[in-house]
Ligand binder design. Structure first.
Ligand code: PMP
Length: 444
């Protein structure tokens, strides 16, 4: 019954396996953390449309704000000003530290990252960008080049024989794979450090220095980093890695960009923004997904100084920051605060991580459990000795079993070997316990 098709794609000598479901789930209704398919079956949504519907499906407070705005004004284009955009920009920057006080609104995370790279290039006068292995920064041609995760790349021919769309200007920095596994060639190797507290900083900083020495001497425009990798499979950097990387990038004249598309708006529990968990201050912050609970929106926030260089040109985005998006996003900010959703991420997330670690100890095929708040990854392996990724067919079967028992989760990682749990931030401890019971059953 489980009709799966596993296709092999060849990309310059690399073989990628992509799993397709032949029978997609037809969802037709949602309320908070619940979804219903066309046959009436109910699912606990532990993935929130890829960490996007952070306040829950059809959240009544967000819906009320949307309905109110729908009756008044949807769109004027960016050539007019309206109170909603001003109110929203002010409210958003009140959540960010100085000097991050200038807001540009887009319709997606890819657009936000495109804009951030453009700003960095204009401001520095440089062209190149560095990103980290395992990263995902978007699906636009520019961001596909910046994205390291090969599963998202198409074998587009280029004069450099490279399969990355637009990649000649982009170089990979260190890091990738699992919590502290080496990955210049993306092989898995265990490290004895506690997950998330890897001390192998020196090695990765050395690798970053090597990238500067060999690939981008003195012409770096931007360094992109997700504070906690999402699509990469909840990959955490060693302590102080981002801090040291930022220092190095700035010494070389580049700007540091925090891609908060998945980590922003309280999802990590302890902080509103992922970069705060690393004690760094980015030059530019990009956001999307949870920003408007599923309504298409993105944002770039930067300093006045950087915005001034950018303002020399003419930037235009037809839909970016339209009144409807701003009203919805504004109610998202209010609701996170009113309903204490960041705090809930910390409490339920800590519980989930603790209990998932027990499953890791119980099952030979659970290689690692990691993450922060409600941004969690569970890396699956053939066995703990080899740490080889669990094959896609097995991953798909477990995923199907979990779905059949009423829970929806995601998948990520360089080999698609990591289950991802990034639910609406309103889930309860009972929801977490139900998920744990389903996982236990499926793993058995
Ligand atoms: N950055 C990160 C970290 C993401 O996870 C994503 C989407 N998965 C993007 C950027 C791109 O966002 P969008 O799909 O809205 O263009």
């Amino acid at each position: 019954e489980r009709m799966l098709e596993i296709r092999k794609m060849n990309c310059n000598g690399m073989t990628m396996k992509v799993t397709y479901y032949k029978e997609p789930l037809f969802i037709h209704r949602g309320f908070m953390q619940w979804l219903w398919d066309v046959d009436g079956s109910r699912y606990l949504d532990m993935f929130a449309g890829v960490a996007t519907v952070s306040l829950g499906h059809c959240n009544p407070k967000v819906m009320k704000a949307a309905q109110k705005q729908l009756l008044h004004l949807w769109h004027t284009s960016a050539i007019y000003v309206y109170p909603q955009i001003q109110e929203y920009a002010e409210k958003l920057v009140s959540h960010l530290p100085e000097p991050l006080k200038v807001v540009y609104l887009t319709n997606s995370g890819s657009e936000a990252n495109d804009l951030a790279l453009l700003m960095a290039r204009l401001h520095t006068g440089n062209f190149d960008a560095i990103t980290l292995r395992g990263s995902y920064h978007g699906g636009s041609p520019l961001m596909m080049g910046l994205t390291s995760n090969t599963a998202y790349k198409y074998p587009v021919p280029s004069s450099l024989g490279c399969c990355n769309t637009m990649c000649p200007d982009v170089f990979r920095g260190p890091w990738g794979g699992s919590h502290c596994r080496d990955s210049p060639v993306q092989t898995l190797r265990e490290c004895s450090c506690t997950p998330g507290q890897c001390q192998a900083n020196d090695k990765y900083i050395e690798q970053l220095k090597e990238v500067f020495a060999t690939s981008v001497p003195n012409r770096i425009a931007a360094f992109f980093g997700e504070p906690l990798q999402g699509v990469g499979g909840a990959v955490q950097y060693p302590k102080n890695f981002l801090k040291e990387a930022y220092k190095l990038v700035r010494e070389k004249g580049g700007l540091c960009i925090a891609d908060e598309v998945q980590t922003g708006f309280g999802r990590t529990g302890s902080h509103y923004w992922g970069f705060q968990t690393h004690n760094v201050l980015p030059d530019i912050v990009t956001m999307a997904k949870g920003i408007a609970n599923g309504f298409p929106m993105g944002a770039v926030v930067t300093s006045k100084e950087i915005a001034r260089t950018f303002a020399e040109g003419l930037h235009f985005n037809t839909y970016g920051g339209n009144p409807l998006a701003c009203s919805i996003a504004s109610s998202v900010l209010d609701t996170i605060k009113e309903d204490k959703l960041q705090e809930n991420c910390a409490v339920v997330g800590t519980h989930l991580l603790k209990e998932l670690a027990k499953l890791r100890d119980k099952y030979e095929i659970v290689g690692d459990v990691r993450g922060k708040g409600l941004h969690i990854g569970m890396e699956m392996v053939k066995d703990k000795a080899s740490l080889a990724p669990l094959p896609p067919g097995d991953m798909a079967e477990i995923l199907e079993d979990i779905k059949d028992m009423g829970v929806l989760i995601g998948k990520g990682g360089i080999y698609g070997q990591t289950f991802r749990i990034q639910p609406p931030m309103c889930i309860t401890k009972d929801d977490a316990n139900f998920t744990l019971a389903v996982f236990d059953q499926a793993l058995q």
